[in-house]
Ligand binder design. Structure first.
Ligand SMILES: [Fe+2]
Ligand SMILES: [Fe+2]
Length: 467
């Protein structure tokens, strides 16, 4: 395996050169991807030098090659974790049997839907974030935005590789469709709701990378268990990149929180040009609840089928003793005749909720760290994750109204009070009024604290983007 950038058009560790048909097909898709990137990628920065990390191999030292690069010249490659020839199905009806290297005919549609749904989120987030470069709070943040964007582009490549390699003509058609849908478009929207929501300012960007990219981590982790081995190996490598996206989100919000605390001690936060803690709480409510929806319905036969087929497992399946899940149950809240009841649900049907529960614990760890910052600043305020029933648009809580504490309320009360819990128009207007570009190395906008350290051991005032 090479640990330097190769001359190939598409850097890869899948021996693309050994399959000329596939190589030609992907080389034909590549210019369509570049067109999409130029049309729908970051606005205004395509010709600038950005200090970016490029994956050049899957070894520990190989996937992080740092250098200045213009984004359209970024080397989007195809990288899979090395194959384990002895790997067996770890769960479901085929547990213990050798994993599959080809798509089994009976599960082809299910598998394609999983790959396409995951693939669709990748370009969607690039589209959602495309205007943020005009208002970055620092060069450090501007560079992190672009790093996330190019890696989402690479994740699209990862899914397109699977579609082209394993799904024949309909896979190639799906790969084209991935470049045709548009986030937020009325006629051709992206597949999942949160990926059609505008990410119109940096507070939403940080919340998105904290909460929505974290959904991605859990979906990828569940697919990394897949008995379709190429999918598992692809997702394992994507997870290494995903960690950085959540770092950007968690530390981004943490820095806004820190600044809010500093200004709280000086007086009126908004008058001083900061984002006050109650407003941060509202955006947390919004992006967390949108992200919970991405796990799908609480009781789901699709989730049961994907588990039974060995296609999508649980988060870190190894931690569990039992991997067939026949006859076991999961205790969870469900809605029955308009009332919330706690009930045992057949485990396979509850797997979306099982994955969501793991995600919630992970989010809580991040919120705990934000609250630690608030305590260290000596400010009395606590950020909280709302109930998983609050502001849901998918699953059994959708169409019912709950307070952030999880108390069921009627629609009139919801209408009267939702502006206390979710960003209202005045909040959006205020946050947007704060968004002014700061492009001097080392300088920060008024509403955010500097990062604890720079990228790749470099100082905060390094010229991360050559303006
Ligand atoms: Fe991604
Ligand atoms: Fe991501």
């Amino acid at each position: 395996m090479s640990s330097v950038l190769t001359d190939e058009k598409i850097p890869n560790n899948v021996n693309l050169g050994g399959d000329k048909r596939l190589q030609r097909a992907l080389e034909a898709w590549q210019p369509h991807f570049i067109d999409w990137w130029k049309q729908m990628g970051p606005v205004g920065w395509q010709e600038r030098d950005i200090y970016l990390r490029t994956a050049i191999s899957v070894e520990a030292n190989g996937w992080a090659h740092f250098d200045y690069v213009k984004m359209p010249d970024y080397r989007w490659g195809i990288f899979l974790e090395p194959k384990d020839p002895d790997r067996k199905h770890g769960f479901g009806d085929f547990q213990g049997q050798p994993v599959w290297d080809e798509v089994p005919g009976e599960f082809r549609n299910m598998l394609r839907r999983l790959v396409v749904t995951q693939g669709d989120t990748e370009p969607a987030s690039v589209e959602q974030q495309r205007n943020l470069g005009a208002t970055a709070p620092s060069l450090y943040d501007l560079r992190n935005l672009f790093q996330v964007n190019v890696e989402e582009g690479r994740h699209l490549w990862a899914m397109v590789y699977l579609l082209h390699t394993y799904f024949g003509r309909d896979g190639r058609e799906e790969a084209e469709e991935l470049l045709m849908r548009r986030s937020g478009d009325a006629d051709k929207p992206r597949i999942l709701g949160a990926f059609n929501e505008p990410t119109s300012h940096w507070l939403s960007f940080f919340m998105f990378t904290m909460f929505t990219d974290r959904d991605g981590k859990y979906q990828l982790a569940a697919l990394a268990e897949s008995g379709f081995d190429p999918l598992a190996r692809t997702c394992r490598f994507m997870l290494t990149e995903e960690a950085h996206h959540m770092f950007v989100g968690e530390t981004g919000v943490q820095r806004v929180v820190k600044r809010a605390c500093e200004l709280t001690k000086q007086g009126d936060v908004r008058a001083l040009g900061g984002v006050d803690l109650p407003t941060i709480q509202k955006y947390l409510h919004l992006w967390y609840s949108l992200s919970l929806d991405l796990f799908g319905g609480e009781v789901s036969s699709n989730a049961a089928d994907a588990f039974a087929a060995g296609l999508k497992g649980r988060y870190k399946e190894d931690r569990y003793e039992e991997h067939k899940l026949i006859g076991s149950h999961f205790a969870m809240d469900v809605l029955e005749e308009g009332k919330v009841v706690h009930k045992d649900i057949a485990m396979r049907n509850a797997l979306n909720e099982v994955l969501r529960s793991e995600y919630i614990k992970d989010c809580q760890r991040g919120v705990d760290r934000w609250n630690k910052t608030i305590r260290e600043e000596g400010v009395s305020f606590e950020l909280k994750l709302p109930s998983n029933k609050f502001h849901r648009q998918i699953g059994m809580w959708a169409g019912h109204c709950f307070t952030p504490d999880g108390e069921m309320i009627d629609a009139a009360t919801w209408q009267a009070r939702k502006g206390e819990w979710l960003p209202n128009e005045a909040d959006e207007t205020y946050i947007k009024s704060l968004m002014h570009a700061v492009y001097e190395p080392g300088k920060m906008a008024s509403w955010i604290a500097p990062p604890a350290k720079g990228i790749n051991g470099l100082p905060n005032d390094f010229e991360y983007v050559r303006v």
